[in-house]
Design a protein around this ligand. Structure first.
Ligand code: 8OZ
Length: 357
């Protein structure tokens, strides 16, 4: 019998009840000090029939922030807030990884400590906007990181990973997708460095691999996943040869024996969508593959039964259907996601989607 969406799966010593994953989803509803608050606890608790929950991106440091009201994982109150979340998810028997996030150039001085410029591999102005205390703001020219600052960024990832242990998580996902800092180093449209962090693929992978080394040093490799988005032009991202770049990145991770590689297979940016062979990319990675990007139940089942993917992450469907696995199992109708309440706001469009009766 081939596996299906409801087959349990082991990630190292971690047993997941099914292969239905709640995708990482920015919702901009953190509380004071960017700490998770009661409604966030309820939101994740409601969705704990997923085999695995990956949290929304959480800032690894105060400078890693890129948007208003996104949670961090660097202060005591943030760690305490996340502990409430992990306790709630564990009380329902599910598992939860935190997504480690550094936004890099996708930020704004109004969000940064001291009103400083956001940081990036290179001083290249990205087209785009972010949501700040003063509403939507156009992105600004970032400051290129000095090579001497990079060990500090790796140390911030290490400390954030350690904070995830304290907060009771089961593991972490390194966000290297969607145009944020690690992706900015990987793709050559945003990285024009002339030091050992730019130029060749080996150099462009360096920060990712140093971060992965640091984070797996805290957690063990089998509790760490990495997320890429090879064709996503969101946040003004571009690469001159995405297939070569991301086949290289996927292969480079093989030395770690990670829990999974996570491929976000869509583009939600304005730029051109390059040709890309995801099956080839997936084969470059020798471990478990999690796929994401507009999957419905039928496509997800096909991806698992064919062996293409081991896990499927659902985003919008999990926003709108807190009991998504049960709905799939019963072939029940799905609630439609309300886009207008995705980012920011209160319980409306967050914890008030109905369960099956
Ligand atoms: C949408 C809006 C804000 C952030 C990502 C964290 O794309 C995000 C994000 C998505 O990974």
């Amino acid at each position: 019998m081939p596996n299906n969406l409801f087959s349990p799966i082991e990630l190292g010593t971690l047993r997941l009840a099914n292969r239905i994953v709640m995708a990482p989803l920015t919702r901009n509803r953190a509380g004071a000090g960017n700490a998770p608050q009661a409604m966030n606890v309820e939101y994740y608790r409601q969705r704990a029939s997923a085999g695995l929950i990956i949290t929304e991106g959480a800032q690894i440091s105060a400078t890693a922030v890129g948007y208003l009201a996104t949670p961090g994982i660097h202060s005591a109150e943030q760690i305490a807030g996340w502990k409430q979340v992990t306790d709630a998810v564990h009380s329902r028997g599910s598992r939860i990884f935190l997504q480690l996030w550094h936004c890099g150039r996708v930020s704004h001085p109004s969000l940064q400590p001291g009103g400083n410029l956001p940081v990036a591999p290179s001083a290249i102005l990205p087209a785009g906007q972010t949501f700040t205390p003063n509403g939507w703001q156009t992105l600004v020219m970032p400051r290129a990181l000095e090579i001497s600052e990079l060990p500090g960024i790796v140390a911030d990832y290490r400390q954030a990973a350690q904070n995830c242990v304290t907060a009771g998580f089961d593991g972490v996902e390194i966000h290297a997708a969607n145009g944020y800092l690690l992706d900015q180093f990987i793709r050559d449209g945003s990285n024009q460095r002339t030091d050992v962090y730019g130029g060749s693929l080996e150099n462009r992978s360096r920060l990712l691999l140093e971060v992965t080394e640091a984070v797996t040093g805290v957690w063990g490799a089998d509790r760490v996943g990495v997320r890429f988005s090879p064709i996503n032009s969101f946040n003004d991202m571009l690469d001159s040869d995405p297939q070569k770049t991301f086949d290289y990145m996927a292969s480079a991770l093989n030395t770690f024996d990670l829990a999974y590689l996570h491929g976000m297979e869509l583009s939600f940016g304005q730029g051109a969508k390059p040709d890309f062979d995801f099956a080839r990319f997936r084969r470059c990675f020798k471990g478990r593959y999690m796929t994401n990007g507009g999957y419905d139940q039928a496509r997800a089942e096909a991806a698992v039964t064919s062996g293409y993917a081991d896990l499927i992450a659902f985003g919008a469907l999990f926003i709108a259907n807190p009991d998504l696995p049960e709905r799939f199992a019963r072939n029940a109708p799905l609630n439609a996601p309300d886009q207008s309440s995705f980012y920011g706001g209160d319980e409306k469009g967050y914890t008030d989607y109905p369960f099956l009766t």
